[in-house]
Design a protein around this ligand. Structure first.
Ligand SMILES: [Fe+2]
Length: 337
């Protein structure tokens, strides 16, 4: 079986958590309405061509930035954002990245402190900052229409090189909570910085692409309540997968596709991982089916948002998946239908 990288407890600079994601939208008003009416997100600021949103618990100015693109353009993710502990960590990051011939660009962005843009070892655009404008937390606002999303938790990516990509982030102090294998081949890793099971999930697939970004809710009932809300708004068709139960962390989840096809997850939380003696939890994919419910649609397994300016590459071993379509074909064949 592939050797997983050892943990790095004292990384070259301190990333603290997944922070914010930037997406392009063909119809920014439709996308804004989706995130505010269904997920209860709050508009922190908006301009003619951008909308800055945050979730109910968040004191940082934005965790989602929507940027208008041409109506016929393919919607993309232009960056995943990570927080570093202090501004000094940004300078350490610049030295480390330049030492590996990775790009370093200092950019001025609204409502953020000094920001460093780079690309990781697989070409994913990553944005590092230490601070944002501080705004009010709204979790106690009983007049909020539907405050399901509480705070941004993680990103999940398709990567053509699951092991190499995992090794890159392990050098930066990301620890592995769970690792999934198919035989001897690494299928995916769940990597964390903030102390629960993941800030970043890397799964083998044509990429790099953004599979989804995820917000926590405060209690399991809110996952179901969000589904009801989707139905009430005439958005039931935007539920792509779930509600269901994740096999590795026991979280209740649901996945939506926004008006541009970007995928967002709501889920009810993870377990704690901080302690130094914890080794990665290693499992075989075949031994870890979801506890109940139907498999995901083919689209959930194979569709994802491209990253701007990042060429796509196939993984060495083509991905297979237990799709809903294959499951129904098999069941129908067994019944002679
Ligand atoms: Fe997720």
């Amino acid at each position: 079986m592939t050797n997983l990288p050892d943990p790095v407890f004292y990384p070259p600079f301190l990333i603290t958590r997944a922070s914010h994601v930037r997406l392009t939208s063909r119809d920014i008003k439709a996308s804004r309405d989706f995130y505010t009416s269904l997920l209860g997100m709050i508009v922190s600021d908006e301009t003619a061509d951008a909308c800055y949103l945050r979730a109910a618990e968040e004191a940082g100015h934005h965790s989602l930035v929507l940027q208008q693109c041409a109506p016929d353009a393919e919607p993309e993710c232009t960056a995943i954002g990570m927080r570093v502990l202090t501004e000094a960590e940004l300078d350490k990051a610049a030295v480390w990245l330049l030492g590996r011939n990775l790009p370093v660009e200092w950019v001025e962005l609204p409502h953020q402190g000094r920001t460093l843009r780079t690309r990781d070892a697989v070409g994913v655009p990553v944005e590092l900052c230490a601070t944002m404008d501080v705004v009010d937390r709204r979790f106690g606002d009983l007049n909020a229409p539907a405050a399901y999303a509480k705070r941004l938790d993680h990103y999940q990516l398709f990567t053509p090189d699951a092991l190499g990509h995992t090794e890159f982030y392990a050098k930066l102090g990301f620890r592995i909570a769970d690792a999934m294998f198919v035989g001897d081949d690494l299928e995916g890793t769940f990597l964390w910085r903030k102390g629960n099971t993941h800030d970043l999930v890397l799964f083998s697939g044509t990429g790099p692409k953004l599979h989804h970004f995820a917000y926590t809710v405060s209690e399991p009932a809110q996952v179901l309540r969000a589904c009801d809300k989707a139905g009430d708004l005439g958005l039931g068709h935007t539920i792509e997968r779930g509600p269901g139960r994740h096999p590795l962390d026991g979280a209740l989840y649901v996945y939506f596709r926004d008006p541009d096809g970007h995928r967002v997850e709501l889920f009810d939380g993870h377990y704690q991982t901080i302690d130094a003696e914890l080794d990665p939890h290693v499992v075989q994919v075949k031994d870890n089916p979801q506890p109940w419910g139907l498999p995901g649609q083919r689209s959930w397994y194979f569709e994802a948002s491209p990253f701007q300016g990042a060429p796509q590459t196939d993984p060495a071993i083509a991905r297979t998946a237990p799709t809903l379509e294959d499951y129904l074909d098999r069941v129908n064949a067994e019944k002679g239908i």
